[in-house]
Design a protein around this ligand. Structure first.
Ligand code: GLA
Length: 384
């Protein structure tokens, strides 16, 4: 039987909507707040429990004056150790290092930035402060009153059904009526990537903690392959925050860190002291061509397309059809790394631009090879 023409037209109109719906196309204000991976700063990697109101204000000021804000960094996130005690009604108060959280939020907002905070679904946070267990709605309301725009919710002492615990706080956040980006932190257990978006997460940690060390960073970053299908606008895999500028890696290694996180469409949360950045650190964090790879509106997470021992090529398809390609050398000495264009799903030739050098390299046939320093990267983008 022939399908009536009107029915075919209706199907043609609504099928894309249906398919997008099934893929979880961003629809809520909260998802729309993370259409590209969140960018900002977080206190933990540098300050850990030494964070205070003064530290956070100084970071917010530096985020603006350094050019980080202009490069896209907007969240100023207070991690663990801000928590004080609960009052008789059960409302949480900040400790003495944060005398007035609402005033701090106002200050951050006055700079055109956004405020992030941290808690746990368990009774205690990882550093042993009060978590939100049993106080989810009260805490969500308190955060909203303070002007919080981002919550990192860290599993720590929690027990029981992870999905229910994360969904509970998501409901509480939603009830406040405030748009709060929701970052799940539970180290990749229980395949969080397969349910993180369904419980309202805008991102979910896929691994245990990063440290400011090449081996640890590389283990985490290069270990992300295979998770790409779970990421997309509104919901991202999170291989943990950046260590760039904290001093434990060489400049080449920090470029590898940044290149990899951008190819992975990872949240970019700087973890250094923004008031004391070297020009090299600032240049790595704010390189506009590299940041654009992370923030590409297509929201595709890159993947490894070839590997020869410690030499790896990763590529990410960008919204305009071009590709960002990282040629990585994980070995202990300089090595030549090659990408074959057929592996990128492109034709036989490609024109390339070096995104760290800000230089057009010209046109190449079949493949492109680069001498890549130890632990380093050459990051290129193909022409259209
Ligand atoms: C865990 C998280 C870190 C940090 C600390 C704070 O280890 O993974 O990112 O939030 O807790 O205690």
């Amino acid at each position: 039987m022939k399908t009536p023409r009107s029915l075919t037209m209706v199907a043609a109109l609504f099928l894309p909507v249906l398919v997008l719906g099934l893929q979880g196309a961003p629809s809520s204000p909260q998802e729309r707040a993370a259409l590209t991976p969140p960018m900002g700063w977080n206190s933990w990697n540098h300050f850990a429990c030494k964070v205070s109101d003064a530290t956070v204000r100084a970071q917010a000021e530096a985020m603006v004056s350094s050019g980080m804000k202009a490069a896209g960094y907007v969240y100023v996130n207070i991690d663990d150790c801000w928590e004080g005690t609960r009052d008789a009604q059960g409302f949480i108060h900040a400790n003495e290092r944060f005398p007035d959280m609402k005033a701090l939020g106002d200050f951050i907002h006055s700079k055109g930035l956004k405020l992030g905070i941290y808690s746990s679904p368990g009774p205690k946070t990882c550093a042993g402060y009060d978590g939100s267990y049993g106080h989810e709605e009260q805490d969500a309301q308190t955060y909203a009153n303070w002007g919080v725009d981002y919550l990192k919710y860290d599993w720590c002492s929690a027990k029981g059904d992870e999905q229910a615990a994360y969904a509970k706080m998501h409901d509480a956040l939603r009830k406040t009526g405030r748009t709060i980006v929701y970052s799940l932190c539970q180290y990749g257990m229980e395949r969080v990537w397969s349910w993180g978006a369904a419980v309202g997460g805008n991102s979910w940690r896929t691994t245990d903690d990063i440290t400011d060390n090449y081996d640890r960073m590389a283990l985490i970053g290069f270990g992300q392959n295979g998770l790409e299908r779970f990421a997309g606008p509104g919901h991202w895999n999170d291989p943990d925050m950046l260590e760039i500028g904290n001093g434990g890696m060489k400049e080449q290694e920090y470029r590898t860190h940044m290149s990899l996180w951008c190819l992975l469409a990872a949240p970019l949360l700087a973890g250094n002291d923004l008031t004391k950045m070297t020009p090299e650190t600032l240049a790595i964090l704010t390189n506009p061509e590299v940041v654009a790879v992370d923030q590409d509106p297509g929201g595709v997470q890159g993947r490894r397309i070839s590997q020869e021992g410690p030499l790896e090529v990763w590529a990410k398809r960008l919204a305009d059809g071009s590709r960002a390609v990282g040629l990585f050398n994980r070995s202990e000495s300089e090595a030549r790394v090659t990408v074959y264009f057929r592996e990128l799903g492109l034709g036989d030739s490609a024109s390339l631009r070096d995104l760290w050098a800000h230089r057009d390299l010209g046109s190449f046939q079949t493949s492109f090879s680069a001498d890549v320093p130890k632990h380093g990267v050459v990051l290129v983008k193909t022409g259209l």
